[in-house]
Write a protein that binds this ligand. Structure first.
Ligand SMILES: Cc1cc2nc3c(=O)[nH]c(=O)nc-3n(C[C@H](O)[C@H](O)[C@H](O)COP(=O)(O)OP(=O)(O)OC[C@H]3O[C@@H](n4cnc5c(N)ncnc54)[C@H](O)[C@@H]3O)c2cc1C
Length: 274
């Protein structure tokens, strides 16, 4: 019976918070231990598209679909796919169905900030224990003693890992290590895309743009605050970020990296000011 157990979820991302909500609906005792110092500690990343059979199915079960409908961004799922010469291969701008919940092809977009806020608002007060970066755990009785970076500890009967791609819980469950896919992505943001990246702005018309060419990828979409959030990815070594010597706070250095590794890309999809 989970109702008589202390459940610890490590990680307060979309996965951990949604699970906490589902468990609380079943009357379980849940704490979410999250590394962030507080709910406003960092800007949340790119917009998420939600799929009928996964994200939306979970929100339905969590009784949060109506709340989702108040927070998602209609039209942000419009898509255009181009190559490095800015030639269009796919666009659904003319024929994308209207907002169509229940249609398996409908993939509404929501910003991570409002999604997190919505999920936090659905939980019992103080469910999330902020500033709790999980470091290790050991058996204690029938359960586990958890240790955090801030030198606190906590007991749980059941521990659930929801701490993302580089999970610290994973080694307690399986010796199988994650493996590097061979592709590294650099994430960035343009505050005023209409003036600073006008060509991309015109092409994507408020939706998403994906550009592929020569094994590289550049893609992104707008966020609710009007900014354009993008990633540029390419094939490189696993330790590239550590060894590249690039100061990612210096736009000139990042641009020089981009020009070198995305040779011949049309200015339309790789505006210098990006
Ligand atoms: C550029 C990009 C675009 C993406 N777009 C989509 C998309 O459109 N749709 C989609 O479904 N997925 C998308 N993804 C994948 C997406 O990131 C995941 O679906 C989603 O964030 C997974 O949620 P999660 O809760 O499992 O993990 P995360 O979002 O990674 O959350 C993990 C949480 O655990 C916390 N944490 C980490 N380590 C610890 C620790 N040791 N102790 C305590 N807390 C810890 C983190 O601070 C974080 O809050 C995208 C990923 C990237 C990089």
């Amino acid at each position: 019976m989970i109702q008589n157990k202390e459940i610890a979820i490590i990680g307060g991302g979309p996965g951990g918070l949604t699970l906490a909500r589902l468990l609380q609906l079943k009357g379980a005792n849940v704490e979410v231990y999250e590394r962030d110092l507080n709910k406003d500690a960092r800007v949340q990343g790119t917009t998420l598209d939600m799929h009928e059979e996964s994200g939306l199915a979970a929100l339905r079960k969590a009784q949060l679909l109506d709340e989702f409908k108040k927070n998602y961004r209609p039209g942000a799922d419009k898509l255009i796919i181009v190559n490095e010469n800015a030639e269009t291969f796919f666009s659904d701008h003319e024929n994308k169905p209207e907002e169509d919940f229940g249609n398996e092809h409908f993939r509404p977009e929501i910003d991570r900030g409002p999604l997190r806020k919505m999920l936090l608002g659905s939980l019992q007060p103080d469910t999330v224990v902020w500033d709790s970066q999980f470091l290790s755990m050991e058996k204690q009785g029938d359960g586990w003693r958890l240790h955090f970076k801030n030198e606190t500890s906590a007991y749980a009967d059941i521990v659930i890992g929801a701490d993302g791609a580089n999970s610290k819980i994973r080694p307690y469950i399986t010796p199988i290590r994650y493996f590097y896919s061979g592709v590294t992505a650099v994430e960035g943001s343009v505050s005023n895309p209409e003036t600073d990246t006008p060509d991309i702005y015109q092409l994507r018309k408020g939706g998403r743009i994906l550009a592929l060419g020569g094994g590289n990828f550049l893609g992104g979409g707008s966020k609710g605050d009007g900014s354009f959030s993008f990633i540029a990815s390419y094939k490189t070594d696993e330790d590239w970020v550590k060894n590249s010597g690039i100061d990612f706070a210096d736009k000139t250095q990042v641009l020089a990296w981009f020009k070198k590794n995305f040779p011949g890309w049309s200015n339309v999809v790789s505006s210098e000011r990006t």
